[in-house]
Design a protein around this ligand. Structure first.
Ligand code: NAD
Length: 321
């Protein structure tokens, strides 16, 4: 079996590998060829940690496995990231362990891949201004991946903690994009694509601030109670998601659903757009929204790509159990 460390993942997997792997698995999910198993998440009563499992099987890509890990709030003091995860991949023909893959870098990569896939398929081709709501760990990955999908000329950004914005400005600078910190109303008025990636529990972007034709990717809301968008904005948008069951229970649509503004039938899996079953954006004035909730199959897809690339490049450690 293979061991692929965090460092090796960084060496062998890039955003275009993650884009392809996640796009393929979204397509397989929409066809019913891949499915996520019920998620387990437990407060373990030790170190204030939340620990859990996200697992699934992709019959099309023959990827079976589980991402295990969670959130340890005291890790920062130990010089470690608060989010820790590892992916276990199994041979779907025999059940034998195939690979152990570090999951921390890959989590950021697969989350950024999801929003960039939504931009590729749903944003207006002439989008010029990228709006970033959020400036935490994930935001830089989101910005880099989004920038590959359209000819953006500028980044406008807002963050609740303003002291975090300079780091995001550095990322924009590294890829040659002018960066401006703005208030949220201005962000909505200027941006053609808006990515939100925060831990907010209340609406940050309101319906009246967002202009026609905008594409939104709401990536931060992945738990019951979290929220980034005005439910009226969600109701006005044409809504796409990675997995409908997660979108309505822990994703951004939970609030519009609870308020009776939209129903489950108003939400389309993005895989239907990838597969050509849904046309995606229908007009230049339409507001599109991708509710990226984060599914285990995304993790397995990028971990499988990492294992394959590491093995091909002789960078995986091989051990016999
Ligand atoms: P982080 O801790 O590095 O950054 C948190 C971000 O949220 C910062 O921008 C911070 O300023 C902002 N924030 C915190 N409290 C806020 C508040 N009350 N109002 C508005 N903004 C607030 O976290 P991260 O790793 O960048 O993750 C950001 C979010 O994305 C988290 O909610 C995380 O759970 C979520 N996430 C989602 C996926 C997915 O697949 N959808 C994957 C990974 C992370």
């Amino acid at each position: 079996m293979l061991i692929v460390t965090e460092e090796t993942c960084k060496e062998v997997v890039g955003s275009s590998d993650a884009f392809s792997a996640v796009e393929d698995v979204f397509a397989a999910m929409a066809k019913g060829d891949a499915y996520n198993f019920p998620v387990i998440r437990e407060a373990i009563g030790h170190a204030d940690a939340l620990y859990g499992f996200k697992a699934g099987f992709d019959r099309a890509g023959l990827v079976l496995g589980v991402k295990s890990g969670g959130y340890w709030p005291g890790n920062m003091e130990k010089g470690l990231g608060n989010h820790q995860s590892t992916v276990f991949l199994f041979d779907p023909d025999t059940g034998q362990l195939h690979a152990l893959v570090g999951g921390n870098y890959l989590t950021a990569l697969r989350t950024a891949a999801a929003s960039s896939i939504s931009i590729a398929h749903l944003a207006r081709p002439d989008a010029k201004v990228l709006g970033m709501v959020g400036a935490g760990h994930q935001a830089g990955f989101q910005l880099r991946a989004a920038a590959q999908q359209r000819d953006f000329e500028k980044v406008v950004a807002w963050n609740f903690h303003t002291e975090m914005l300079p780091r995001l400005a550095e990322v924009a600078g590294e890829i040659g994009l002018p960066f401006e910190a703005v208030e949220r109303e201005q962000l909505g008025a200027e941006a053609d694509v808006i990515i939100s990636i925060t831990s907010a529990h209340e609406p940050l972007m309101m319906k009246d601030w967002v202009k026609p034709g905008t594409h939104l990717a709401s990536m931060g809301t992945d738990t019951k109670g979290k929220q980034e968008l005005d439910p009226q904005l969600v109701a006005q948008a044409t809504v796409f998601t990675d997995e409908i069951a997660q979108s309505i229970s822990i994703g951004e649509t939970q609030h519009a659903i609870a308020a009776g503004l939209i129903g489950e039938g108003d939400i389309t899996p993005i895989g239907d757009v990838i597969n050509g079953k849904h046309p995606g954006r229908r007009s230049d004035d339409e507001i599109t929204l991708f509710d990226g909730t984060g599914v285990g199959l995304q993790d397995l897809a990028v971990a499988s790509a990492a294992a394959k690339l590491a093995e091909e490049q002789g960078k995986a450690q091989v051990i016999t159990l």
